[in-house]
Design a binder for this molecule. Structure first.
Ligand code: SAJ
Length: 437
Protein backbone atom coordinates (compact mmCIF):
# COMPACT_ATOMS: atom_id res chain seq x y z
CA UNK A 1 0.00 0.00 0.00
CA UNK A 2 2.09 2.95 -1.21
CA UNK A 3 -0.32 5.61 0.00
CA UNK A 4 0.75 9.20 0.56
CA UNK A 5 -1.11 11.72 2.71
CA UNK A 6 -2.64 14.74 0.98
CA UNK A 7 -5.25 17.35 1.87
CA UNK A 8 -8.00 15.20 0.35
CA UNK A 9 -7.64 12.93 3.38
CA UNK A 10 -10.48 13.21 5.85
CA UNK A 11 -9.25 13.17 9.45
CA UNK A 12 -11.44 11.62 12.13
CA UNK A 13 -10.64 12.26 15.80
CA UNK A 14 -12.38 10.30 18.56
CA UNK A 15 -12.29 12.34 21.79
CA UNK A 16 -12.79 16.12 21.71
CA UNK A 17 -10.92 16.80 24.96
CA UNK A 18 -7.80 18.64 26.13
CA UNK A 19 -5.69 17.17 23.33
CA UNK A 20 -8.22 15.94 20.72
CA UNK A 21 -9.90 19.29 20.13
CA UNK A 22 -6.68 21.33 19.76
CA UNK A 23 -5.34 18.64 17.40
CA UNK A 24 -8.57 18.82 15.35
CA UNK A 25 -8.34 22.61 14.95
CA UNK A 26 -4.70 22.38 13.90
CA UNK A 27 -5.44 19.80 11.16
CA UNK A 28 -8.36 22.00 10.04
CA UNK A 29 -6.12 25.07 9.94
CA UNK A 30 -3.66 23.11 7.77
CA UNK A 31 -6.39 22.43 5.21
CA UNK A 32 -7.74 19.01 6.24
CA UNK A 33 -11.46 18.39 6.71
CA UNK A 34 -11.89 17.07 10.22
CA UNK A 35 -14.70 15.12 11.83
CA UNK A 36 -14.54 15.30 15.62
CA UNK A 37 -16.37 12.53 17.49
CA UNK A 38 -17.39 12.68 21.13
CA UNK A 39 -20.04 10.83 23.15
CA UNK A 40 -20.76 14.01 25.14
CA UNK A 41 -23.51 15.88 23.26
CA UNK A 42 -22.76 19.10 25.17
CA UNK A 43 -19.21 19.12 23.88
CA UNK A 44 -20.40 18.35 20.32
CA UNK A 45 -22.98 21.15 20.36
CA UNK A 46 -20.51 23.69 21.79
CA UNK A 47 -17.95 22.91 19.10
CA UNK A 48 -20.54 23.16 16.30
CA UNK A 49 -21.52 26.57 17.72
CA UNK A 50 -17.87 27.52 17.24
CA UNK A 51 -17.16 27.50 20.98
CA UNK A 52 -14.47 25.65 22.90
CA UNK A 53 -15.81 23.64 25.86
CA UNK A 54 -12.25 23.69 27.27
CA UNK A 55 -10.42 26.66 28.78
CA UNK A 56 -7.14 26.53 26.85
CA UNK A 57 -5.33 29.60 25.54
CA UNK A 58 -6.36 30.39 21.95
CA UNK A 59 -8.59 27.34 21.58
CA UNK A 60 -11.88 29.26 21.38
CA UNK A 61 -10.60 31.29 18.43
CA UNK A 62 -9.21 28.26 16.60
CA UNK A 63 -12.48 26.33 17.10
CA UNK A 64 -14.51 29.28 15.81
CA UNK A 65 -12.29 29.62 12.73
CA UNK A 66 -12.23 25.91 11.90
CA UNK A 67 -16.01 25.52 12.26
CA UNK A 68 -16.92 28.74 10.43
CA UNK A 69 -14.73 27.67 7.49
CA UNK A 70 -16.49 24.32 7.42
CA UNK A 71 -13.23 22.46 8.09
CA UNK A 72 -14.26 21.04 11.47
CA UNK A 73 -17.56 19.40 12.32
CA UNK A 74 -18.32 17.58 15.57
CA UNK A 75 -20.72 14.69 15.98
CA UNK A 76 -21.71 12.08 18.54
CA UNK A 77 -22.13 9.59 15.67
CA UNK A 78 -18.71 8.06 16.23
CA UNK A 79 -19.46 5.26 13.75
CA UNK A 80 -19.75 7.89 11.01
CA UNK A 81 -16.46 9.49 12.11
CA UNK A 82 -14.69 6.19 11.43
CA UNK A 83 -16.63 5.33 8.25
CA UNK A 84 -16.01 8.73 6.64
CA UNK A 85 -12.34 9.18 7.56
CA UNK A 86 -9.10 8.04 5.93
CA UNK A 87 -7.15 8.51 9.16
CA UNK A 88 -8.72 8.02 12.60
CA UNK A 89 -6.97 9.34 15.73
CA UNK A 90 -8.03 8.07 19.16
CA UNK A 91 -7.46 10.74 21.81
CA UNK A 92 -9.59 9.63 24.76
CA UNK A 93 -8.59 9.63 28.40
CA UNK A 94 -6.97 6.57 29.94
CA UNK A 95 -7.29 7.12 33.71
CA UNK A 96 -6.43 4.81 36.62
CA UNK A 97 -9.12 3.29 38.85
CA UNK A 98 -9.39 3.42 42.66
CA UNK A 99 -6.85 0.59 42.93
CA UNK A 100 -4.52 2.69 40.74
CA UNK A 101 -4.84 0.16 37.90
CA UNK A 102 -5.18 1.33 34.27
CA UNK A 103 -8.83 1.88 33.31
CA UNK A 104 -8.94 1.40 29.49
CA UNK A 105 -12.74 1.14 29.28
CA UNK A 106 -13.22 4.40 27.34
CA UNK A 107 -10.34 3.54 25.02
CA UNK A 108 -11.70 0.05 24.36
CA UNK A 109 -15.11 1.49 23.53
CA UNK A 110 -13.53 3.85 20.97
CA UNK A 111 -11.45 1.00 19.49
CA UNK A 112 -14.58 -1.18 19.22
CA UNK A 113 -16.27 1.61 17.26
CA UNK A 114 -13.29 1.64 14.89
CA UNK A 115 -13.34 -2.14 14.57
CA UNK A 116 -17.03 -2.12 13.61
CA UNK A 117 -16.44 0.45 10.85
CA UNK A 118 -12.93 -0.46 9.74
CA UNK A 119 -12.12 -0.69 6.02
CA UNK A 120 -8.96 -1.55 4.08
CA UNK A 121 -6.33 1.15 3.76
CA UNK A 122 -7.39 3.26 6.77
CA UNK A 123 -4.72 4.68 9.07
CA UNK A 124 -5.51 4.22 12.77
CA UNK A 125 -3.43 6.19 15.30
CA UNK A 126 -3.77 5.89 19.07
CA UNK A 127 -2.67 9.08 20.88
CA UNK A 128 -4.00 8.21 24.34
CA UNK A 129 -1.31 7.29 26.87
CA UNK A 130 -1.11 3.48 27.08
CA UNK A 131 0.36 1.02 29.59
CA UNK A 132 3.32 -0.72 27.92
CA UNK A 133 2.08 -3.70 25.88
CA UNK A 134 -1.53 -2.50 25.61
CA UNK A 135 -1.56 -2.17 21.80
CA UNK A 136 -0.52 -5.80 21.29
CA UNK A 137 -2.51 -7.21 24.20
CA UNK A 138 -5.70 -5.16 24.05
CA UNK A 139 -6.09 -2.89 21.02
CA UNK A 140 -5.08 -5.14 18.11
CA UNK A 141 -7.32 -8.08 19.19
CA UNK A 142 -10.33 -5.72 19.18
CA UNK A 143 -9.39 -4.05 15.86
CA UNK A 144 -8.93 -7.43 14.12
CA UNK A 145 -12.31 -8.82 15.27
CA UNK A 146 -13.80 -7.86 11.89
CA UNK A 147 -11.25 -10.00 10.07
CA UNK A 148 -8.93 -7.24 8.82
CA UNK A 149 -5.25 -7.59 9.82
CA UNK A 150 -3.26 -4.73 11.38
CA UNK A 151 -0.30 -3.71 9.23
CA UNK A 152 -1.60 -5.78 6.32
CA UNK A 153 -5.14 -4.50 5.62
CA UNK A 154 -4.96 -1.26 7.62
CA UNK A 155 -2.19 0.89 9.06
CA UNK A 156 -1.77 1.15 12.85
CA UNK A 157 0.46 3.54 14.82
CA UNK A 158 0.85 4.91 18.35
CA UNK A 159 1.89 8.53 18.85
CA UNK A 160 1.16 10.10 22.28
CA UNK A 161 0.94 13.85 22.78
CA UNK A 162 3.60 15.79 24.70
CA UNK A 163 1.78 19.10 24.87
CA UNK A 164 1.45 20.88 28.19
CA UNK A 165 -1.83 22.58 29.17
CA UNK A 166 -1.74 26.38 28.75
CA UNK A 167 0.53 25.87 25.72
CA UNK A 168 -1.22 22.94 23.98
CA UNK A 169 -1.86 24.56 20.58
CA UNK A 170 1.70 25.92 20.37
CA UNK A 171 3.32 22.70 21.51
CA UNK A 172 1.36 20.35 19.23
CA UNK A 173 2.74 22.40 16.31
CA UNK A 174 6.35 22.45 17.42
CA UNK A 175 7.10 19.53 19.74
CA UNK A 176 8.90 16.45 18.51
CA UNK A 177 6.83 13.26 18.49
CA UNK A 178 7.55 9.58 18.87
CA UNK A 179 5.66 7.43 16.37
CA UNK A 180 5.48 3.66 16.87
CA UNK A 181 4.18 1.63 13.90
CA UNK A 182 2.86 -1.94 13.79
CA UNK A 183 4.91 -2.02 10.58
CA UNK A 184 7.50 0.41 9.25
CA UNK A 185 4.99 1.42 6.56
CA UNK A 186 2.44 2.34 9.25
CA UNK A 187 5.01 4.41 11.13
CA UNK A 188 6.11 6.22 7.96
CA UNK A 189 2.52 6.99 6.92
CA UNK A 190 1.70 8.36 10.38
CA UNK A 191 4.90 10.38 10.27
CA UNK A 192 3.84 11.87 6.94
CA UNK A 193 0.45 12.81 8.42
CA UNK A 194 2.02 14.51 11.46
CA UNK A 195 4.54 16.33 9.25
CA UNK A 196 1.56 18.43 8.11
CA UNK A 197 0.94 19.77 11.63
CA UNK A 198 4.25 19.93 13.47
CA UNK A 199 7.71 21.29 12.69
CA UNK A 200 9.12 19.10 15.48
CA UNK A 201 11.32 16.06 14.91
CA UNK A 202 9.27 12.93 14.12
CA UNK A 203 11.03 9.83 15.43
CA UNK A 204 9.68 6.46 14.28
CA UNK A 205 10.11 3.09 15.93
CA UNK A 206 8.09 0.13 17.18
CA UNK A 207 4.88 0.54 19.17
CA UNK A 208 5.96 -1.07 22.46
CA UNK A 209 9.05 1.17 22.66
CA UNK A 210 6.83 4.22 22.01
CA UNK A 211 4.43 3.08 24.76
CA UNK A 212 7.30 2.93 27.28
CA UNK A 213 8.83 6.26 26.16
CA UNK A 214 5.60 8.17 26.82
CA UNK A 215 5.05 6.91 30.37
CA UNK A 216 8.75 7.27 31.16
CA UNK A 217 8.67 10.98 30.18
CA UNK A 218 5.96 11.75 32.74
CA UNK A 219 7.45 9.39 35.32
CA UNK A 220 10.73 11.30 34.99
CA UNK A 221 8.87 14.49 35.93
CA UNK A 222 7.16 12.79 38.87
CA UNK A 223 10.44 11.36 40.25
CA UNK A 224 12.27 14.67 39.72
CA UNK A 225 9.53 16.63 41.55
CA UNK A 226 9.56 14.03 44.36
CA UNK A 227 13.32 14.51 44.77
CA UNK A 228 12.80 18.27 45.05
CA UNK A 229 9.95 17.77 47.53
CA UNK A 230 12.13 15.49 49.67
CA UNK A 231 14.98 18.03 49.55
CA UNK A 232 12.46 20.70 50.64
CA UNK A 233 11.32 18.70 53.65
CA UNK A 234 14.95 18.08 54.65
CA UNK A 235 15.87 21.77 54.23
CA UNK A 236 12.95 22.87 56.45
CA UNK A 237 14.37 20.74 59.28
CA UNK A 238 17.93 21.85 58.57
CA UNK A 239 16.94 25.54 58.48
CA UNK A 240 18.13 26.15 54.90
CA UNK A 241 15.97 27.61 52.09
CA UNK A 242 15.36 24.78 49.59
CA UNK A 243 14.49 27.30 46.87
CA UNK A 244 18.02 28.70 47.07
CA UNK A 245 19.56 25.23 47.27
CA UNK A 246 17.70 24.10 44.12
CA UNK A 247 18.39 27.32 42.24
CA UNK A 248 22.12 27.04 42.95
CA UNK A 249 22.29 23.29 42.28
CA UNK A 250 20.64 23.91 38.88
CA UNK A 251 23.56 26.16 37.97
CA UNK A 252 25.46 22.89 37.50
CA UNK A 253 25.40 22.19 33.74
CA UNK A 254 23.95 18.74 34.26
CA UNK A 255 21.50 19.29 37.12
CA UNK A 256 17.85 20.11 36.40
CA UNK A 257 15.80 19.83 39.60
CA UNK A 258 12.11 20.77 39.27
CA UNK A 259 10.25 22.78 41.91
CA UNK A 260 8.96 21.53 45.29
CA UNK A 261 5.38 22.40 46.08
CA UNK A 262 2.00 21.36 47.46
CA UNK A 263 1.83 18.20 45.37
CA UNK A 264 1.51 16.84 41.84
CA UNK A 265 -1.91 17.11 40.24
CA UNK A 266 -3.28 16.88 36.73
CA UNK A 267 -4.50 13.86 34.82
CA UNK A 268 -1.16 12.67 33.47
CA UNK A 269 1.81 12.99 35.79
CA UNK A 270 0.16 11.33 38.83
CA UNK A 271 -1.25 8.56 36.62
CA UNK A 272 1.48 7.47 34.21
CA UNK A 273 3.89 6.08 36.84
CA UNK A 274 1.08 3.71 37.87
CA UNK A 275 0.91 2.41 34.26
CA UNK A 276 4.54 1.36 34.72
CA UNK A 277 4.12 0.08 38.30
CA UNK A 278 1.13 -2.14 37.44
CA UNK A 279 2.80 -3.58 34.31
CA UNK A 280 6.02 -4.19 36.24
CA UNK A 281 4.07 -6.04 38.95
CA UNK A 282 2.60 -8.32 36.24
CA UNK A 283 6.17 -9.02 35.12
CA UNK A 284 7.40 -9.63 38.67
CA UNK A 285 9.50 -6.46 38.78
CA UNK A 286 9.26 -4.00 41.70
CA UNK A 287 9.82 -0.35 40.71
CA UNK A 288 10.97 0.96 44.11
CA UNK A 289 12.20 4.45 43.09
CA UNK A 290 9.08 5.17 41.00
CA UNK A 291 6.69 3.89 43.68
CA UNK A 292 8.42 5.81 46.50
CA UNK A 293 8.48 9.01 44.44
CA UNK A 294 4.74 8.71 43.79
CA UNK A 295 4.15 8.33 47.57
CA UNK A 296 6.32 11.39 48.38
CA UNK A 297 4.28 13.52 45.98
CA UNK A 298 0.94 12.11 47.17
CA UNK A 299 1.91 13.11 50.73
CA UNK A 300 2.75 16.74 49.95
CA UNK A 301 -0.76 18.10 50.69
CA UNK A 302 -0.41 16.53 54.18
CA UNK A 303 2.98 18.24 54.53
CA UNK A 304 1.40 21.58 53.60
CA UNK A 305 -1.27 21.02 56.25
CA UNK A 306 1.49 20.47 58.83
CA UNK A 307 3.03 23.80 57.82
CA UNK A 308 -0.39 25.50 58.12
CA UNK A 309 -0.74 24.05 61.64
CA UNK A 310 2.75 25.31 62.55
CA UNK A 311 2.02 28.76 61.09
CA UNK A 312 -1.23 29.13 63.04
CA UNK A 313 0.49 27.88 66.21
CA UNK A 314 3.13 30.60 65.77
CA UNK A 315 0.24 33.09 66.05
CA UNK A 316 -1.22 31.23 69.05
CA UNK A 317 -4.14 30.00 66.96
CA UNK A 318 -5.61 26.57 66.36
CA UNK A 319 -6.83 25.16 63.02
CA UNK A 320 -10.28 24.35 64.47
CA UNK A 321 -10.72 27.94 65.60
CA UNK A 322 -9.34 29.79 62.58
CA UNK A 323 -10.36 31.21 59.25
CA UNK A 324 -7.95 30.09 56.49
CA UNK A 325 -7.95 31.63 52.99
CA UNK A 326 -6.82 29.09 50.35
CA UNK A 327 -5.53 30.71 47.16
CA UNK A 328 -5.66 28.29 44.23
CA UNK A 329 -8.04 25.44 43.37
CA UNK A 330 -6.65 24.40 39.93
CA UNK A 331 -3.92 21.73 39.84
CA UNK A 332 -1.35 24.14 38.45
CA UNK A 333 -0.85 27.78 37.56
CA UNK A 334 -2.85 29.64 34.90
CA UNK A 335 -5.21 26.78 34.09
CA UNK A 336 -8.78 26.03 35.15
CA UNK A 337 -8.26 22.26 35.30
CA UNK A 338 -8.93 20.81 38.76
CA UNK A 339 -8.27 17.14 37.96
CA UNK A 340 -6.10 15.60 40.69
CA UNK A 341 -5.56 19.00 42.28
CA UNK A 342 -3.72 19.00 45.65
CA UNK A 343 -6.12 21.78 46.73
CA UNK A 344 -8.93 19.28 47.15
CA UNK A 345 -7.18 17.38 49.97
CA UNK A 346 -5.99 20.62 51.60
CA UNK A 347 -9.49 22.16 51.68
CA UNK A 348 -11.35 18.97 52.62
CA UNK A 349 -8.92 18.17 55.46
CA UNK A 350 -9.11 21.72 56.85
CA UNK A 351 -12.92 21.45 56.75
CA UNK A 352 -12.75 18.07 58.56
CA UNK A 353 -10.63 19.81 61.24
CA UNK A 354 -13.49 22.32 61.61
CA UNK A 355 -11.49 25.16 60.09
CA UNK A 356 -13.41 28.01 58.47
CA UNK A 357 -12.13 27.81 54.87
CA UNK A 358 -12.52 30.51 52.23
CA UNK A 359 -11.06 29.87 48.77
CA UNK A 360 -10.22 31.81 45.62
CA UNK A 361 -9.08 30.91 42.10
CA UNK A 362 -9.00 33.20 39.03
CA UNK A 363 -9.82 30.31 36.69
CA UNK A 364 -12.10 28.04 38.73
CA UNK A 365 -15.40 28.59 40.53
CA UNK A 366 -15.70 25.41 42.57
CA UNK A 367 -14.36 25.11 46.07
CA UNK A 368 -14.68 21.54 47.44
CA UNK A 369 -16.87 22.73 50.30
CA UNK A 370 -15.02 25.93 51.24
CA UNK A 371 -16.64 29.34 50.78
CA UNK A 372 -15.67 30.61 47.32
CA UNK A 373 -14.68 34.26 46.97
CA UNK A 374 -14.40 36.09 43.64
CA UNK A 375 -11.66 38.38 44.98
CA UNK A 376 -8.54 37.56 46.96
CA UNK A 377 -9.37 40.38 49.39
CA UNK A 378 -12.75 38.83 50.20
CA UNK A 379 -11.15 35.47 51.02
CA UNK A 380 -8.32 37.11 53.00
CA UNK A 381 -10.43 39.55 55.06
CA UNK A 382 -10.07 38.66 58.76
CA UNK A 383 -8.34 35.40 57.87
CA UNK A 384 -5.90 33.97 60.41
CA UNK A 385 -3.74 32.53 57.62
CA UNK A 386 -3.33 32.98 53.86
CA UNK A 387 -2.25 29.80 52.00
CA UNK A 388 -1.00 29.75 48.39
CA UNK A 389 -1.62 26.29 46.89
CA UNK A 390 -1.53 27.01 43.12
CA UNK A 391 1.09 29.09 41.31
CA UNK A 392 -1.27 31.31 39.28
CA UNK A 393 0.53 34.39 37.91
CA UNK A 394 -2.03 36.59 39.73
CA UNK A 395 -0.65 35.40 43.09
CA UNK A 396 2.88 36.38 42.14
CA UNK A 397 1.76 40.03 42.22
CA UNK A 398 -0.18 39.97 45.49
CA UNK A 399 -0.21 43.35 47.28
CA UNK A 400 1.36 42.03 50.48
CA UNK A 401 1.07 45.32 52.40
CA UNK A 402 -2.65 45.57 51.60
CA UNK A 403 -3.20 41.93 52.53
CA UNK A 404 -1.34 42.34 55.79
CA UNK A 405 -3.81 45.08 56.74
CA UNK A 406 -6.92 42.93 56.20
CA UNK A 407 -5.60 39.68 57.67
CA UNK A 408 -6.10 39.11 61.40
CA UNK A 409 -3.01 39.98 63.43
CA UNK A 410 -0.42 38.55 63.72
CA UNK A 411 -0.73 38.05 59.92
CA UNK A 412 0.62 34.74 58.61
CA UNK A 413 1.21 33.50 55.04
CA UNK A 414 1.99 29.93 53.89
CA UNK A 415 3.56 29.83 50.42
CA UNK A 416 2.99 26.31 49.05
CA UNK A 417 4.50 27.11 45.66
CA UNK A 418 7.37 29.43 46.72
CA UNK A 419 6.17 32.30 44.54
CA UNK A 420 6.35 35.04 47.25
CA UNK A 421 9.65 36.53 48.38
CA UNK A 422 10.00 35.77 52.11
CA UNK A 423 11.77 39.07 52.81
CA UNK A 424 9.05 41.12 51.09
CA UNK A 425 6.47 39.26 53.16
CA UNK A 426 8.27 39.94 56.46
CA UNK A 427 8.76 43.61 55.46
CA UNK A 428 4.98 43.76 54.91
CA UNK A 429 4.42 42.49 58.44
CA UNK A 430 3.41 39.04 57.12
CA UNK A 431 5.04 36.15 59.00
CA UNK A 432 6.25 33.88 56.16
CA UNK A 433 6.14 30.08 56.05
CA UNK A 434 6.72 28.00 52.90
CA UNK A 435 7.44 24.52 51.51
CA UNK A 436 11.20 24.09 51.87
CA UNK A 437 11.63 27.25 53.92
N1 SAJ B 1 4.66 20.51 39.45
C1 SAJ B 1 5.48 20.65 40.58
N2 SAJ B 1 6.77 21.07 40.39
C2 SAJ B 1 7.24 21.34 39.13
C3 SAJ B 1 6.40 21.16 38.01
C4 SAJ B 1 5.11 20.75 38.20
O1 SAJ B 1 5.07 20.44 41.72
O2 SAJ B 1 8.40 21.75 39.03
C5 SAJ B 1 3.29 20.06 39.66
C6 SAJ B 1 2.29 21.02 39.06
O3 SAJ B 1 1.94 22.02 40.02
C7 SAJ B 1 1.12 20.11 38.75
C8 SAJ B 1 1.79 18.79 38.42
O4 SAJ B 1 3.10 18.86 38.94
O5 SAJ B 1 0.29 19.96 39.88
C9 SAJ B 1 1.86 18.44 36.93
O6 SAJ B 1 2.15 19.60 36.21
P1 SAJ B 1 3.11 19.51 34.88
O7 SAJ B 1 3.23 20.89 34.38
O8 SAJ B 1 4.33 18.79 35.23
O9 SAJ B 1 2.43 18.58 33.83
P2 SAJ B 1 0.94 18.44 33.30
O10 SAJ B 1 0.06 17.73 34.27
O11 SAJ B 1 0.44 19.74 32.79
O12 SAJ B 1 1.25 17.40 32.14
C10 SAJ B 1 0.98 17.72 30.82
C11 SAJ B 1 0.44 16.45 30.19
N3 SAJ B 1 -0.13 16.76 28.88
C12 SAJ B 1 -1.42 17.17 28.86
O13 SAJ B 1 -2.09 17.30 29.87
C13 SAJ B 1 -1.99 17.44 27.53
C14 SAJ B 1 1.53 15.44 30.01
O14 SAJ B 1 1.07 14.33 29.23
C15 SAJ B 1 2.74 16.06 29.35
O15 SAJ B 1 3.78 15.09 29.23
C16 SAJ B 1 3.24 17.21 30.22
O16 SAJ B 1 2.18 18.19 30.24
C17 SAJ B 1 4.47 17.85 29.63
O17 SAJ B 1 5.21 18.42 30.42
O18 SAJ B 1 4.65 17.79 28.42
Amino acid sequence: MDTTVDKSWRIGILGMGYVGLPTATIFAKRGFRVLGGDINAGIVDAINRGESPISEKGLDISVREAVSKGMLHATSDTDAVVRESDAVLVVVQTPIDDEKKPDLSTLKSAVRTISKNLAKGKLIIIESTLPPGATQETIIPILEQGGLKAGKDFYLAYSPERAIPTRTLEEIQKNSRIIGGITEESALLARELYSHITSGELVTGDIKTAEVVKVIENTYRDVNIALSNEIAIFCEKLGVDAAGVIEMANKHPRVNLLQPGTGVGGHCIPKDPHFLISKAKELGVELRVISSARKVNEDMPKHLLEIIGKALKSADKRIDDSKVAVLGIAYKGNTGDVRGTPSREVIETLMEMRCNVFSHDPFVSQDFGGKFSNRVEDAARDADCLVIVTDHDEYKQLDLKALSKILKKPAVIVDGRRIIDPQSAEESDLHYFGVGY
